[in-house]
Design a protein around this ligand. Structure first.
Ligand code: GLP
Length: 245
């Protein structure tokens, strides 16, 4: 666990690590497969990566990305979609080839979702697996949208959002009832198969769930706690998020 005084120090440290990782892969002539989340926590990290691209020439030409989740149903063009978030905060500002970007599709017909999720898993495998997975954490202990009750062996699938999560997003969607009831998310097992994991949390509102994630036994009540079972995981916090450790 790494603790920095402020959110901006966290963003800087994590963006530096991601940039170094991308460059290392570039030197070896390899592509770099990233698993990426959305959320306010990641904004500073993505802004710093964009700055590194503009001012320091950091290239994303060898980067392949798989986003961890998307609301369901959700149009990619909706202002609320994670697709839109990713375009706005990262993809449209860097030189990542469009065909290297993968985001779960919230427009798939309901009876095809199961097959689609298997297809998403297959695409990750065909890309060689995820090298580096960046994670945020929800107040319910979710990673991606693996809400409480999500087991260690879950794979990419459609899930029902926890009311606490929907409540958290209510303002964003101008009301609880407008928040989608479901989402497509990588599973806990999909996440744990990544070669490296960095989980980031900011602010006191995450302090309690971070305490459970890192100090209590792994359990599906707090799906994020399963990251303890990974051999190369970093938890990066500001002072607020670490205040109950
Ligand atoms: C959403 C996303 C998660 C993210 C979480 C935290 O629920 N599905 O992937 O980690 O939000 O969001 P924030 O960083 O805004 O607290």
């Amino acid at each position: 666990t790494y603790i920095y005084p402020e959110g901006k120090d966290v963003s800087q440290a994590v963006a530096d690590e991601i940039a170094d990782f991308i460059k290392e892969k570039q030197k070896k002539g390899e592509k770099c497969v990233l698993g990426l989340p959305t959320g306010s926590t990641q904004l500073g990290i993505y802004a710093e990566l964009v700055r590194k691209h503009r001012e320091e020439g950091l290239s994303f030409s060898n980067v392949v990305t798989f986003n961890i989740d998307e609301y369901y149903p959700m149009s990619p063009h909706s202002i609320h979609s994670y697709n839109n978030y990713m375009q706005r905060h990262l993809y449209e500002h860097v030189d990542i080839p469009e065909e290297n970007i993968h985001i779960p599709d919230g427009t798939i017909m309901f009876d095809s979702v199961h097959d689609y999720c298997r297809e998403y898993e297959k695409m990750i495998k065909e890309a060689g697996g995820i090298d580096l997975m960046l994670l945020g954490i929800g107040r319910t202990g979710h990673i991606g949208f693996n809400e409480p009750g999500s087991g260690r062996n879950t794979r990419t699938r459609i899930i029902t959002l926890d009311p606490v999560t929907r409540q958290e997003e209510a303002t964003e969607f101008q009301g609880f009832i407008n928040v989608p009831r479901r989402a497509i998310t990588m599973g806990v097992d999909t996440i744990l198969e990544s070669r490296k994991i960095i989980l980031v949390a900011l602010g006191e509102s995450k302090a309690s769930v971070i305490q459970k994630t890192v100090e209590e036994d792994p359990d599906s009540d707090v799906p994020a706690s399963f990251i303890q079972e990974h051999h190369d995981v970093k938890v990066v916090l500001d002072s607020g998020a670490s205040s109950q450790l």
